[in-house]
Design a protein around this ligand. Structure first.
Ligand code: MUC
Ligand code: MG
Length: 367
């Protein structure tokens, strides 16, 4: 079997409720659907969500690097020769989201070729993941209403609150209102997307003491290494590296330099192959991991479930899997259902993210 070509299809689907956070805002899913075709007619696919404010990639840059650089270099290779394919792609530095999507599309292809669900190829630990819902910037009362309604409708009991605002009192109030309104059994954790300084983050930790917040993600810029290390040393809760750790090399640098002591794994920027390397590194060092969301569509969320459910360490915590609920529509032919706070893996060969071709035709931007 040989790779015949790689397609990078740009498309746009609006959000009904745009997500706002410290580093940006998403009002439209302006993503790229990546398809790897083989000479015997198999197609593996994956979703690439550009996040220019996080990694510098755009919809156009992802489509261009895949079609102009990766596709000609990879065409003719056997899709089972993943190390060779990665060595070829790694000649181009960065472009993590483009590489991640090609990697997931390759795994999808292998699952189809082997007639096996990819969550089983990866590890097959369990068949579903608990869902964590991400709460964007909104007034505290609206946040509580949103969390309550997601709890009632979907059985979700874990919430990640986007913080990193100034004045700090906005986020501090939101933490208090959510804890008081949701009770002690709900897991609440924070993600500042580098919005604060280390000292501001420490002040927030002091002023939310006793609320039982479980994690603090990317509180300040990890490049400010000295103050970040001081924050990690003083924080009573784990400090999670997210956008500072897209690769296994970044993970080892940040853990060794004390820039974080827990790691967010995102399949959208690490694919399944590098996500496995990151997971191995963390498991070996005894570092906790979370399964994050890059504001994914249903196609992307299914990739996260496929990976997260495959391993014990990634199944311990609820994965961030519900951003797609705020989109006006999606490409997935058989929509994801959240039942009792969980999303199940697909038991079909591959990742199981089959796309509705009529919807793709309606939302694609290249025709
Ligand atoms: C997150 O966890 O930070 C926001 C930007 C991005 O790249 O991912 C999201 C969520
Ligand atoms: Mg984050």
């Amino acid at each position: 079997m040989k790779i015949e070509r790689i397609e990078a299809i740009p498309y746009a689907i609006p959000y009904t409720h745009p997500l706002k956070f410290a580093s940006g805002e998403v009002a439209t899913a302006d993503h790229v659907l990546v398809r790897v075709h083989t000479d015997d007619g198999l197609v593996g696919q994956a979703d690439a969500p550009p996040r220019p404010y996080t990694y510098g990639e755009t919809q156009k840059s992802i489509a261009a690097v895949i079609e102009d650089i990766f596709s000609p270099q990879i065409t003719g290779l056997d899709p089972f020769d993943r190390s060779k394919i990665h060595a070829v792609m790694n000649r181009t530095i960065n472009n993590q989201v483009a590489k991640g999507a090609v990697d997931i599309a390759l795994w999808d292809l292998l699952g189809k070729a082997l007639q096996t669900p990819v969550h089983k190829l990866l590890g097959g630990f369990t068949d579903s993941m608990r869902v964590s819902h991400m709460l964007g910037f909104r007034p505290a009362a609206e946040l509580l209403e949103e969390a309550r309604s997601f709890g009632e409708r979907y059985g979700i009991t874990t919430f990640k609150l986007k913080v990193g605002r100034r004045p700090l009192a906005l986020d501090i109030e939101a933490c208090h209102v959510l804890r008081e309104g949701l009770g002690d059994d709900v897991d609440i954790y924070l993600d500042a997307n580098r919005g604060w300084t280390a000292n501001e983050a420490l002040e927030v930790l002091r002023r939310t003491e006793g609320l039982g917040l479980s994690l603090l993600e990317e509180p300040c810029d990890a490049k400010e290494a000295m103050s970040r290390r001081r924050l990690v040393e003083k924080s009573p809760i784990p400090v999670v590296g997210d956008e500072s750790v897209p690769t296994a090399g970044d993970v080892s640098r940040e853990l060794l330099s004390g820039g974080c002591n827990a790691i967010c794994i995102k399949t959208a920027r690490s694919g399944f192959t590098e996500a496995q390397q990151i997971l191995g590194l963390c498991t070996g060092l005894g570092v906790d991991v979370t399964m994050g969301n890059q504001i994914d569509t249903q196609v992307g969320s299914l990739a996260t479930v496929t990976f997260g459910a495959a391993f014990e360490a990634t199944s311990r915590r609820a994965g961030e899997l519900s951003n797609f609920l705020d989109m006006a529509d999606d490409l997935l032919a058989d929509p994801i259902r959240i039942q009792d706070g969980r999303i199940r893996v697909r038991t079909v060969p591959g990742v199981g993210a089959d796309v509705d071709e009529d919807k793709l035709a309606a939302y694609r931007l290249d025709r």
